[in-house]
Design a protein around this ligand. Structure first.
Ligand code: NAP
Length: 252
């Protein structure tokens, strides 16, 4: 089986580091043209786009800002004329203890929902409308194991935002399949990125590995090949599915 994404334009949000970066690298290695989205790490994103070649370009946007989200989509379509695959990968995990001040709690929930759910839903909406006009497309939403098993009390907002993303993805799969649009959820478990570093620093790596069936933590490179397969069209009949990438933490 050969995976060839030549001619495929893919927007990957949060591609300046972590899982998004690995997806961008693997997709470009398979022939895709990648729109490398970033928030604060402009240099990293521009360096990556230059490394990827195939007309990859960096696009900055704060996904907490609705106008910037809309503008991001428009700029990508303007640059390439067409989008084939949307990968909603960017996300934040803010610690919000139950006894945090009311205002911090409110702001934390709003920011989490804005970046992890509202920005993806708006990008999905824009992508679906674009895909309908152009004969179809694929959406990959990066949720989390937390959507299914919940998270620790400090990360309830995070888990709730990811649960919403799963329901959104399934609704898209149900509603737009006949328009040639497919949608998948990728649900990573604990993955070695900056997001996971706090936990590793606090509890140690051994603690995280104890939860797994495998003997090592998942790396971004362990997630990316599945994203490329789903983007390729070879797995379209799995539309609506959630692919767990959690080193066997459910079967352990
Ligand atoms: N790591 C894990 O253990 C794990 C587990 C399950 C699910 N996930 C999910 O996988 C996805 C990627 O996570 P990761 O671990 O690779 O994260 P990460 O290393 O923390 O990287 C986060 C990415 O999101 C971007 N981002 C953050 N805030 C943003 C904002 N307000 N607007 C736009 N972009 C923003 C960052 O851009 P800049 O760097 O340019 O600012 C960066 O590219 C997330 O959706 C996360 O929830 C991760």
């Amino acid at each position: 089986m050969t995976i060839d994404l030549t001619g495929t334009v893919m927007l990957v949000t949060g591609a300046s580091r972590g899982i998004g970066r690995a997806i961008a690298v693997q997709a470009a290695a398979s022939g895709a043209t990648v729109a490398v989205h970033y928030h604060q790490r402009r240099e990293a994103a521009e360096r990556l786009a230059a490394e990827l070649g195939r007309e990859a370009r960096a696009f900055g946007a704060d996904l907490g800002d609705v106008t910037a989200v809309r503008r991001l989509f428009e700029r990508v379509v303007q640059a390439y004329g067409r989008l084939h695959v949307l990968v909603n990968n960017a996300g934040i995990a803010r610690s919000l203890p139950l006894d945090a001040p009311d205002e911090a709690w409110r702001v934390g929930w709003e920011q989490t929902m804005a970046v992890n759910l509202r920005a993806p839903e708006l990008l999905c909406r824009l992508a679906i409308r674009h895909f309908r006009r152009h004969g179809g497309g694929r959406i990959l939403n990066v949720a989390s194991r937390a959507a299914f098993r919940g998270d620790t009390p400090e990360y309830m907002a995070y888990a709730a935002s990811k649960g919403g993303l799963v329901a959104l993805t399934r609704s898209i799969a149900r509603g737009f399949g006949k328009d040639g649009i497919v949608a998948f959820t990728l649900a990573p478990g604990f993955t070695r990125t900056d997001m996971a570093q706090d936990f590793i620093d606090t509890y140690g790596e051994a603690h995280a590995v104890r939860d797994l069936a495998l003997d090592r933590l998942t790396r971004p490179e362990d997630i990316a090949p599945m994203a490329v397969l789903l983007a390729s069209g070879l797995a379209d009949h799995a539309t609506g599915a959630t692919i767990d990438l959690n080193a066997g933490s459910y079967v352990h």
